[in-house]
Write a new protein. Structure first.
Length: 128
C-alpha cells in the first residue's frame, strides 16, 4: 500500500465519485453550506462530477480551499490540475479532472446558477 511523505497511508481512489464524496466531507467539516454533487457523466465530457458548495465568508472559502488541497494530497496523493478564482472574488474553482469543485459565496452562486445551467445533470448528493 502506498504511503505519503508523512508516513500515512495514501488512499487509492477507485472512482471519481469516491473523490467527490471525500471532498464533500471536507467541505462539511469546514461548515460549508448547501453542498451538491452533480453527476454530469451523461451530458458532458468536462468531468464526471461537479461539487458545488457555498461559504459564508472569504475566510471560510480560503479555509475550505486549503483543506481540500492539503487533504486530497495527503490522502490520495492528488494535486489539483488547476485552481481559478479567489476567495475575495466570491468564487473558487478547483479542478481535479474528473471532479471539479465550485465554491461560491451565496450571492455569487445565485448569480452563476450552475445548478440551473446543468439542470439536466443527476443530483448524486445534496447536503443542506
Amino acid at each position: 500500500m502506498p504511503y505519503n511523505h508523512k508516513g500515512g497511508v495514501i488512499l487509492i481512489v477507485s472512482d471519481s465519485l469516491e473523490l467527490a464524496r471525500y471532498i464533500v466531507d471536507l467541505i462539511a467539516d469546514k461548515k460549508g453550506e448547501d453542498v451538491v454533487v452533480l453527476d454530469i457523466r451523461e451530458i458532458s465530457i468536462l468531468a464526471d462530477y461537479f461539487v458545488i458548495a457555498s461559504a459564508t465568508s472569504q475566510r471560510q472559502s480560503q479555509a475550505i480551499l486549503e483543506d481540500i488541497r492539503e487533504k486530497t494530497r495527503e490522502s490520495f496523493g492528488r494535486k489539483p490540475l488547476h485552481i481559478e478564482g479567489e476567495a475575495d472574488a466570491g468564487w473558487i474553482l478547483i479542478d481535479y479532472g474528473e471532479v471539479v469543485v465550485h465554491l461560491f459565496t451565496p450571492e455569487v452562486r445565485a448569480y452563476y446558477d450552475l445548478e440551473g445551467l446543468w439542470r439536466s445533470a443527476r443530483v448524486a448528493l445534496r447536503i443542506i
